[in-house]
Design a binder for this molecule. Structure first.
Ligand SMILES: Nc1ncnc2c1ncn2[C@@H]1O[C@H](COP(=O)(O)OP(=O)(O)O)[C@@H](O)[C@H]1O
Ligand SMILES: [Mg+2]
Length: 339
């Protein structure tokens, strides 16, 4: 019976593992699987081994490994007693003032008999906590420092009230570098037996913009929909403009007359299923790179693009906005020629 149960559990674990999205399936389980933020990890490791773990505040953009880092730390610290020593509260739980008063107090207030380690309370997405709850947390944190440590995680450090910030040691998680994201993405593509090319991985990484979660999601959705992960399939699958398309659009905007440029850009967008808003946000980088003697005009063009992007995000008519963008380039390029 016992053995049967074990087998059943194993099968269930395998099944759920297979159906998990790759971001979860390959969530780093130990500190050495994390590919970035070496200084933060070594600092925390040193604090753990000296048994001097302070309250922590992790902040930084999504997909940079904040949740993974603290969970890996916790697994390393508590090993088998993890479930009795760690309380994870996440944005999907209700974290109003009652939770702080009751659940956290209950958990932090009882001391673990056979452990010299403090308990750990992870408040993921702490910036979603109400202000009164954050206020209440101040006192709880101080009162139970003997028994428990807190780790607050959020995207914006300044959404945490100053009184809490000052009680924590702050760590900023920067976006992953292209090299770090590339190595992890390649590792996972290998593990999944995906057929890929180097420029396919490069495209996933470049669309991820330092967000590892996004890199992996792009990789997985492309692997599911195309036979091979290469540059073209990644851009087709995500519907993002390929650099060549943006270059063609830019060329037309800088050279053709109004009606031709308008028709040309529209044609390229329709052909490749591109959203004008993605094209506009990519054009922005190109405009900044143009060698233009009239810097003021160049900045004005950037402002025009930003305004068009904001209007598109608000859901305005694409045709009208496209005309505005073409018009903006007309005004901009006269000074380009003059210089
Ligand atoms: N530093 C990293 N090393 C390896 N994988 C990472 C790293 N950061 C993020 N990931 C991947 O991205 C996913 C999301 O990371 P997570 O820790 O939840 O990010 P955050 O909490 O900062 O939004 C993880 O499951 C993992 O697959
Ligand atoms: Mg997280």
């Amino acid at each position: 019976m016992g053995a049967d149960e074990d087998v059943a559990l194993e099968v269930a674990a395998k099944l759920t593992d297979e159906s998990l999205p790759w971001v979860e399936k390959y969530r780093p389980k130990s500190m050495d699987q994390l590919v970035a933020h070496e200084e933060i990890i070594s600092t925390i490791n040193a604090l753990i081994s000296a048994n001097k773990l302070p309250h922590l505040l992790f902040y930084g953009p999504p997909g940079t490994g904040k949740t993974s880092t603290i969970l890996a730390c916790a697994h390393q610290m508590y090993t088998k007693s993890y479930s009795s020593m760690v309380l994870e509260l996440n944005a999907s739980d209700d974290r109003g003032i009652d939770v702080v008063r009751e659940r956290i107090k209950d958990f932090a207030g009882t001391k673990q008999m056979f452990s010299h380690l403090p308990k750990l309370i992870v408040l993921d997405e702490a910036d979603a906590m109400t202000n009164p709850a954050q206020m209440a947390l101040r006192r709880v944190m101080e009162k139970f420092t003997r028994n428990a440590r807190f780790c607050l995680i959020c995207n914006y450090g300044n959404k945490i009230i100053p009184a809490l910030q000052s009680r924590c040691t702050r760590f900023r998680f920067a976006p992953l570098s292209a090299a770090q994201a590339t190595s992890r993405t390649t590792e996972i593509a290998e593990a999944e037996g995906v057929e890929y090319t180097a420029d396919g991985i490069e495209a996933c990484v470049s669309l991820g913009h330092g967000d590892m979660r996004r890199c992996l999601n792009v990789l997985q959705s492309t692997a599911m929909s195309a036979a091979r992960v290469d540059r073209a399939s990644v851009y087709t699958c995500t519907g993002k403009p390929q650099p060549e398309d943006v270059e063609r659009i830019l060329k037309s905007l800088l050279a053709d007359d109004f009606a031709t440029a308008f028709a040309r850009v529209k044609e390229i967008c329709v052909q490749h299923g591109l959203a004008l808003i993605d094209v506009v946000s990519d054009l922005h980088a190109y405009v900044l790179q143009l060698d233009c003697a009239d810097k003021l005009m160049q900045m004005q063009a950037v402002v025009w693009l930003a305004e068009a992007e904001a209007r598109l995000a608000a859901g305005t008519n694409e045709k009208v906005q496209l005309a505005a963008v073409v018009g903006a380039f007309h005004a901009f390029r006269t000074t380009l020629k003059a210089t």
